[in-house]
Structure formats: structure tokens, C-alpha cells
Ligand binder design. Structure first.
Ligand code: GLU
Length: 496
């Protein structure tokens, strides 16, 4: 048996930024296409002239690229089923609308907005849903002519037979809805614009979409669309409706839960791979319970069979945790590349090409960054122990440590030795502290705590064995914000 090639699409309406909800739909489509060796198509559904903007189209393309979802057909990629913007397909829609009219499967409806509004209000007053009663379906030719002569612009409605539309959804299983729930729905509005349900069927059919994977908010549209496939005699695609994403309070994820646009996550310093990872886990789980993936690992493991029909709950802490995990996996070079913009903005690294010493030093910060960052903007606070040294800001705990009996002796000894040593060398700091331990017969907290406070003005913080070489080497460089070396730090502590 010949199998249909996998062709899926992501079809955003360019009325704002992509957010976690719609971008997860993009991810699942993309993963499915890549996993199946299929085609991933991007289609811009810009029929809402008032709300669609080119700026939004641009940001959609940028966000998708940033997240790593390359499209095989669509804007800027081309393809043999275009155009890929609905506003460029109006000719096609009118051709297919005419076909339905000619075949008697659709009819012109002259009911005015006022008439329909009045009927809708009456239904509401009676406590029942408004279903168009089919008024214009049975107009005589004469009645039709009269309305035409009055200059009333008609809408086009589909003739819907009373029946149950049933289909098997890949995620939700069997679904059935009776056509009484919606009646003769509108294909083309009086102004000639196609409705979403009409355009989407024409497009999905002509673009040979094999699987329609989209949000559950479209589930109620699917029966309407199926009737249209039937009316045209188009083969049906398979449908997969993804569950809603909820906020922590159980309501649909939205602006109320903070800015959940892709853009905002990028601004906050999330890595695209962490976002992809977090999105994948919103409604899908790995068969072996693996939680940390990059896009290519996800591609190898994703399947629609493990997409959950229960709603997924967005957990910001989990996204931060995943981001941290992805940061930890980065090489020194990668870490420097992603944190540099933040460190430059904070005047901690120079802009432009780094000289070899600065570059080597910047690369050596990786362990500190890995330990202290969740999102990229944390690069600044993570490097505070190197760049910020302010005895005046010391807290009571740190002051108490300096007031301890051996503190002064220890720091003096450290200072004397530090002047002679090269603390940028790995292991030098440790050797030096061991010497003090032997000579002064001071050990444990009495030894380590005063040195820590003298070097960082704080009672706790990063491992000094890691930090001291960074301080010592950094102090020799010319950085936009100079670093005080270990010796200068001890001297400052004594002078205050
Ligand atoms: N433009 C629709 C949306 O953004 C697409 C729905 C669909 O995938 O059919 O919700």
C-alpha cells in the first residue's frame, strides 16, 4: 500500500508575538515532520486585515528560526504549493467558493447583520444557542433577485445536513459532534473575505496536508471542516488536537500569568534549546522518563502516541531548571558566546574582538557561570564576586568573622604570602593556605572564613579555589570594569 507522505503545517495568525501556546504547536508539528522524514510548512493566516501586521509576520519568522524550527515550504522558503500567505490566495478561495455554489452545496445568504443580531439576541433571551435557521437556503429565484436588486451583499453558507460527524483524533480518540451544534455556517463573508474554517480547508487540501496538528481550541471547528472536505471530495487529513496549556492557577495560560511570549523568554535570557525542551514536556513525555533534551535528541524520541490529552500546566520554575541544565551542558566557548552580550552591557567584558589573554580569562569563568546561573541575565550577578568588592556593604556575619581572635593574623599571613605568589596559577591558592595552616596552627573555619571575607566581603560564596585564580588573573587585564586582585582586597580590608 502506498502511504501518504507526511506533510504538516504551522499556521499562525500574525496578530502579535508567538507565545508558549502556539509555539508548542509549531514544535510538535516540526518534530513530527522531522521524525517522519516529512515536510514542515509555514502558512501565514493573515485574513484578519485589521489585526494582522507585517511586524508580527517578521517576529514569527524570527522566533521560529531562533527556536530552531526550519520550514521546508512557506514565506522566504518558497515551495510548490504556495503562495503561503492567505491574503495572497483570495483568487483560490473564490474559485472554490464558486464551485460549491455551482454544485448547489452552498447558497447565498442575504440576511443582514441586524437581522442576525436580532435572532441571536432572541436566542440568548430564550436561553438557547443561536443556530442560523437556514432562512435564505430556500429562497425562490424571485426572492433572491429582489434582494440582489436592493444591493444587499450576500454571504456564502454551506448547506449542512443534520447528522453526526465522527472522527478519530490521534490525541483524543473518537470524537463526534452533531451538525445541529452549528448549522449552515458561513464560508465567505459579505465583503468577500473567506472565513477561517473555509480558507483552512482549501489550504490544507491544496497543500496536501496529511496531519493537522493544532490546539484543542480548534476541536469544535473540525466537524465543520470535515463537512467541507466531504463537499469538495477532498481526502481527509488526520487530526491531532493538543491539550490546552494552563497556568499554575488552572486557567488557560495567558498574559495574566506574566509575559509568555517567546520574545519575553529570549529577553530574560532563556536558551532556545531550553525553551524547546520545556515546551516538549508540556503535553508529551519521553518513554524512558528522560527530561533534558536538545532539539535533535527530541527529534529522535518524539511521537504523537505519547502526547497526553490532559491539559498541561506551565511551571516557570521548571523552565528555569531546564535552562540551567542546558547551560551546564555548554562548552566554555558556547557559554562565553551566550553570556557575552550581558557581560558587555554590564561593562564587564570589552566589546569587539577579545585579545588572547582576555579571551582565555573569559573562557576560564565557565565554572563560575555554570554554578551560578539559571538564565543568561544571571551572568552579571554570577560574576559579582569578581567585580564587586565593597567592604562598606559587609553584613553582620562577615563583620563578626573579621572580629574573631585569629582573623587578623590569618589575613596578614595571607597578604604577605599572596604578594610573593602567583595566585593565578591553579593550585597556588590551596598551597598557600596550607602553609598558613602549618605556620599559624589555625585550621577549619578559623582559617578559611577570614580569608573568604577578606577576598569577597561575604561570609559565603563560590569556592575560593575556583574564584581566586579568576581574581588574580582578571586583575592583570585591562577590563572595562577593573578587577581588584587578592592582594589589593586584603589591603583594603586592613585599611577600613
Ligand atoms: N490560524 C489559526 C490559529 O492561529 C490556525 C488554526 C489551525 O491550525 O487550523 O489558531
Amino acid at each position: 500500500m502506498e502511504s501518504t507522505p507526511v506533510r504538516v503545517r504551522f499556521a499562525p495568525s500574525p496578530t502579535g508575538h508567538l507565545h508558549l501556546g502556539n509555539v508548542r504547536t509549531a514544535l510538535f508539528n516540526w518534530l513530527f515532520a522531522r521524525r517522519e522524514g516529512g515536510t514542515f510548512i509555514l502558512r501565514i493566516e493573515d485574513t484578519d486585515a485589521e489585526r494582522s501586521t507585517q511586524a508580527s509576520v517578521d517576529s514569527v519568522l524570527e522566533d521560529l528560526r531562533w527556536l530552531g524550527f526550519d520550514w521546508d515550504e512557506g514565506p522566504e522558503a518558497g515551495g510548490s504549493y504556495g503562495p503561503y500567505r492567505q491574503t495572497e490566495r483570495y483568487g483560490l478561495y473564490s474559485r472554490y467558493a464558486k464551485q460549491l455554489l455551482d454544485e448547489g452545496k452552498a447558497y447565498r445568504c442575504y440576511c443582514t447583520q441586524e437581522e442576525l443580531d436580532a435572532q441571536r439576541q432572541a436566542a440568548r433571551d430564550a436561553g438557547r444557542p443561536f443556530i442560523y435557521p437556514g432562512t435564505c437556503r430556500f429562497l425562490t429565484e424571485k426572492e433572491r433577485q429582489e434582494r440582489e436588486e436592493k444591493g444587499i451583499k450576500p454571504a456564502l453558507r454551506l448547506k449542512v445536513q443534520p447528522k453526526t460527524v465522527a472522527f478519530r483524533d490521534i490525541v483524543r480518540g473518537p470524537v463526534s459532534i452533531h451538525t445541529n451544534a452549528f448549522g449552515d455556517w458561513i464560508l465567505v463573508r459579505p465583503d468577500g473575505s473567506p472565513t477561517y474554517n473555509f480558507a483552512v480547508v482549501v489550504d490544507d487540501s491544496l497543500m496536501k496536508i496529511s496531519h493537522v496538528i493544532r490546539g484543542e481550541d480548534h476541536l469544535s471547528n473540525t466537524p465543520k471542516q470535515i463537512l467541507l472536505y466531504e463537499a469538495f471530495g477532498f481526502p481527509l487529513p488526520q487530526f491531532a488536537h493538543l491539550s490546552m496549556i494552563l497556568g499554575p492557577d488552572g486557567s488557560k495560560l495567558s498574559k495574566r500569568h506574566g509575559d509568555v511570549s517567546v520574545d519575553a523568554f529570549r529577553e530574560k535570557g532563556f536558551l532556545p534549546q531550553a525553551l524547546d525542551n520545556g515546551l516538549a514536556l508540556l503535553g508529551w513525555s519521553d518513554p524512558d522518563g528522560i527530561e533534558v533534551f536538545d532539539l535533535s535528541a527530541l527529534m529522535g524520541r518524539f511521537g504523537l502516541d505519547r502526547v497526553n490529552k490532559a491539559a498541561a500546566v506551565f511551571d516557570a520554575a521548571k523552565f528555569r531548571h531546564l535552562n540551567r541544565e542546558h547551560l551546564k551542558k555548554m562548552s566554555e566557548e558556547e557559554l562565553l558566546a551566550v553570556t557575552r552580550p550581558y557581560l558587555e552591557r554590564a561593562s564587564r567584558l570589552p566589546e569587539g574582538e577579545l585579545n588572547p589573554e582576555v579571551k582565555a580569562w573569559a573562557l576560564s569563568l565557565a565554572p563560575l557561570l555554570r554554578e551560578r546561573m539559571e538564565v543568561l541575565s544571571d551572568a552579571v550577578s554570577a560574576t559579582d564576586p569578581l567585580f564587586v568588592f565593597d567592604p562598606a556593604s559587609m553584613d553582620d556575619e562577615a563583620r563578626a568573622i573579621l572580629a574573631e581572635p585569629d582573623a587578623s593574623r590569618v589575613i596578614k599571613a595571607f597578604l604577605a604570602k599572596a604578594k610573593q605568589a602567583d595566585l593565578a596559577r591553579p593550585g597556588a591558592y590551596r598551597a598557600l593556605v596550607l602553609e598558613i595552616k602549618d605556620e599559624l596552627k589555625v585550621k577549619g573555619k578559623a582559617l578559611f572564613h577570614p580569608i573568604r571575607v577578606a577576598l569577597t566581603c561575604a561570609a559565603s560564596g563560590p569556592e575560593l579555589e575556583m574564584l581566586v585564580p579568576m581574581l588574580a588573573a582578571g586583575a592583570r587585564l585591562s577590563l572595562p570594569t577593573p578587577i581588584l586582585g587578592p592582594v589589593e582586597r586584603c589591603e583594603r580590608i586592613f585599611s577600613t
